[in-house]
Each structure stands twice: as C-alpha cells, then as structure tokens.
Design a protein around this ligand. Sequence first.
Ligand code: FE
Ligand code: CA
Length: 531
Amino acid sequence: MATPLDLARLEHAIQHEGGLSRRLFLAYAASISSLPLLSQRAGAAPGTPSFDSDPFQLGVASGDPDENSVVLWTRLAPAPLERAGGMKPQNVEVRWEIAADESMRRVLKRGSQVATPELAHSIHAEVNGLEPDRWYWYRFHAGDAVSTIGRTRTLPLAASMPSRLQFAFASCQHYETGLYTAYQHMAEEDLDLVFHLGDYIYERGGEAGRVRRHAGNKCYSLHDYRTRIAQYRSDPFLHGMHARCPWVVTWDDHEVENNYANDRSEIEDMDPAKFLVQRANAYQAYYEMMPLRNSSLPRGPHMNLYRSFTFGQLANFLVLDGRQYRSDQADHDHPGEISKACLNPRQTMLGSIQLKWVENTLSHSTGRWNVLAQQVMMATVAAKHKDIRRYGRDNWCGYLGERNKLMSFIHDHQVPNAVVLTGDIHCNIVNDLRIDDLRIESPIAAAEFVGTSISSDGDGGQAQDRMKQLMADYPGVRYFNAERGYVRCTVTPERWQSDYRTIPYVSKPGAPIKTRTSFVLEPGQSGVKTA
Ligand code: FE
Ligand code: CA
C-alpha cells in the first residue's frame, strides 16, 4: 500500500539531505503523476501465497552490521526477469529465523515482515539484540517455500581492540563482458565483510556477441532497473557470495547512468527534473535489492547511502556517496591538464553536508585504521595519449580543490593511518596519496588501494608497459595491473596487508586465482611497502 505522499515532509527531507533546489524539487514533483512514499510497513493484510516456482531464486543477503544487529535481505521473485518478478500485486508475509549453527537447529530469534509490491516484495529485516562479534546463520520462509541458508555476523564492541579483520572489496561487474569467477573464488576466502564500491550493474541495453547479454534496453523505468539488477543477482556466484558474509555497499555511476552528476544526466540536453525521475527509479531498484537499513529507504530521488562502521577500535570505515551530491564534471568536454575549474572551491564531489560529516567523523575517530570506502580514484594521475596528459574529469582530478582540502584535513588533524579504497577504473593500482600529488615534496596523507573489476572490460592483462610509464610519470604510483579480480585486506593493530587477487580470464569459466602482489602498511609509517 502506498502511503499518501506528504509533499512538505518529502520536500524538507530532499532539500535538507539531498541538496536539491526548491525550483528543481517542484519541477520534479510536477513531472510525476504520483509519488508513493515508500514504507516497509504494509497496509493490507498479507495473503497466503503459493508459488509455481521457487520464490527465492535471487538468494539471500545480509549487510550493514553493527555491534548487535544486522540486516537480513531477500526478495520474492519466482520469475526474476518478468514484470514484478512474477509476483501478484499483493502483500505476502515472509518469516525469518536466525540461528547459532549452520544447520539451523539452534534458532535464536524469529520474526516476520510483510513483502509489498511497492518494494518489489523485498525484505529488509533489521534483527536486533544479537551478541557482538559473532557469526549467525539465517533463512526465510514464504508459504511453503524455504530459502537457502545465509551466514552473517555482527561487529565487535566499539570499545574492544579486535586482533584481526579480513575483508574483500570489489567493483564493476558488467554482466555482458565476463563471468563472475572472481566471486566463486571469493566465497572460498575467510572473510568477515565484503565492500562493494559501485558499478554493481550497468545500465545500457543488451549487445550481441558478448559473453552474456543484458535482458532489455537501456534502463529508464523502475521496471527496467528492477529487471537489470535481478538479472545480475540471478548469477549463482554473485548471490552465493552475498550469502557468505555481510556486505556493505555503495554505488557509482552505472547504477543509474554513465558519469551522471547529481541531477545531470550524461545526455546533455536532458531536463534535470526528468533525469531525477530516472534517478529515483534506479535508486529504488537498488535499495530493493541491497541489504540496506530502513534509514536508506529512498524518498523520491533522494537516498541516504553515506554512513560509517566501526570494527571495534581496529578500523573505522566511512562509506561515501560520490554521485548524488556532486557538481557537474568540470570542463568535461575538454579533458586535459588540470584546469581552474577543477580547483574551484565550489566544485564538489561529496557536497558540503557529506564533506562536513567526513571531517567530523575522521576527527573524532578512535580507530587504528581510518578507511574511506568510495568510488573513484583519488590519486592525481593521468593516462598519456600521444604525449598529452588527460586528467579524468569524472574522478577526483575533476574535483581537485576538494580532494586536496580533504588530504590536508587528514594530514593536519593527524587522522591515524588513513586508507582509501577505490573502484571504477577496472585496474589494480596502489598509490601514496600526497596533499598535492603533483608536488613530490608534498607530505603523504593516505594510502590508496584501487581494486580492479570483477568482469568489466573482459579478460584484461598484466599491462607491464603501462605500469612502467605510470610509475615513471608519477612517483606516488606504486603498482599497476589490469587483470580481473578483487582485493583481500587483512587488518591487525600492527599491520595492514592488501592482497591483489587476480584471475587471468572471465570470458570462460574456471579461471584459477592467484595473489598477484601484496602491499602493506604499518601504523604511524607513511607510504605503502611491498610485502
Ligand atoms: Fe565500472
Ligand atoms: Ca564508474
């Protein structure tokens, strides 16, 4: 049941949190016929469902844990690629249970939530009252149907000093250009958490002659985005990995559209009010498929995704949203040397409210390691084309004033052991980040680990010549590689180690995995070292 829209409340929320102007908000509101205020609470009483095929084909997931709670996710979809996932437009009761053992014999808690058609029959159950720093198993029931069993965990007590955390981060999983063999291997790792840094889906229509093919055309409508993300999640290696441990997700551009910036589509003449309708559709489909808390429930075209996690006193994670609040790319038609527009203090990647939150969270952090889990590369580095350097306008180079200010903040406030995790560019890169990367005498403020794609850009390669060129041009660049895979990080109070786990191909199944290289950090020491 759609709750009648409280326009005034929505407007306040979007202007306050989302930073849209009143003019644009009114144009957006006028451009849509009705706007349901989404709610996980149901109106009509749920019916007793019966299913012709398994309603749990999209698997189970968990995410956004804290000391004593975690989100358990599933979505009823007996026919994932059909309209409404093959569900009738009625409410359905879904029961969950969480247990102390993997055979679900010692069930500790049970509960239920109503799956509504408004949220594509997705369930985001926030289970409270759990013990800190503990593994759990969970599953769902709907009618006679039972889901597979997922495994999840809570975070350690904020005041404790955990001896070890092991997590992986991943990004960029174009369904058409490769298989998810990397996730098949990731499921064999001993991980506490997975971070996904964006490009979880790609929005363009299906193309023939690739490894796999997108169903449908380019995404605009809610149905388009729902179908696309369901197709991705139908992959057993992807939903298998979601069932292994809790995930913490953030998005980049392709969850909506290539290189979008706030209310600006890549399509230059698209009316921002119209683009916000597309963005609202994309954000809603994303929320529906992700193990996110109720605090991320979208309101119109706005969705709260930046948030922080503390793994005891060991690590503090700030998960950033570099898309929703950013200024349009500076001089995007003229990529080249860093321009005045890139350095303009009003040119923002995070938006003023998020940036203040970042500074505030970092300056109060008591974590040994302080991690920014975010989308686009923070090192000021350009690829060379015919001896001309072209600094990317979509990454932090296009927002260089803000980037250097953030690095200065970290350095001046002596934020302990800052580490940046990055996706987006389908390459493995390791960087020392200086306050000003273009001046070698500028102090190092953080380390950056850029992780390659799961499958985007196809098989990839070692690209030794590109590594040599980049490292010759930029002393801050310590490593470059263009194979597929993910990064596994092992974090203790005394040491941070990033293992670059790579696979040689994604165009056919069965690629073996290896650790291509490892880099380490030591507390209080600036600069990455080879392991
Ligand atoms: Fe990508
Ligand atoms: Ca991207």
